[in-house]
Ligand binder design. Sequence first.
Ligand code: ZN
Length: 256
Amino acid sequence: MNVKFNKVKILSIFLLIFLASCARAPVYKTVPPSKRVDYPKAPPVMRKDLVHTVGPGETVWRIAKMYDVDSKIVVRKNKIKDSKKIEMGQKLLVPKAAPIRPVVTLYPTDKWKYIIIHHSATDIGNALAFDRYHNLRGFTRGLGYHFVIDNGTKGKFDGQIEVSPRWLKKQDGAHCRAGGMNPKAIGICLVGNFNSGKITEKQMDSLVYLVNRLRKYYNIPKSKILGHGQVKSARTDCPGKEFPWSQFWSLLSKNK
Ligand SMILES: [Zn+2]
């Protein structure tokens, strides 16, 4: 039935598609078909309820963003009266949390000239534990690093990037006195002891991601990305004799 009608219908659909594509013509001009890439579809997000221990400098907004949830839901579920007054070490239920993702805020400044990589020289740890330790050592602003990359111990995920209050407040570090580095170097600490143990794959991925973001944004050349022990006059083997430098440099260039 109605073969002609169907033909007309199909023709008019083609015409509509043609007209619609004309309207989007500039897009095709700037992206030639040969250069278009088909990205694989993202895997379905596996969400689950979890308990998050509040780390140094973390806010409800930041935690909600880390797990891709609405901050209002976190406030309601945890009966938080004043969302500005959550405390370090407090446990919060995060309903239907997505896999954790880094929330690294970058801000314009010409302060940062170097990136210095450390290991914690401990098998376990997290930003909260180091903050307490640094406070005990008399660091007036607590946690001396700008970032901590966890190894899956002390309730944190393997490869999780914790952002220190010093980073958020644009403050000098307290991680490398040698070479007068503290006011000009971003300090990243990997949890682990790389004299005897190994950096995990996820920690390396996170380190490469973080260093690449920072060096591009602040225009830091590779020659100014150093291990703590590579700083002149620093008497330490930090980040450990076994830190895989060649793997780090090759991944850094590959994942630009
Ligand atoms: Zn160090």
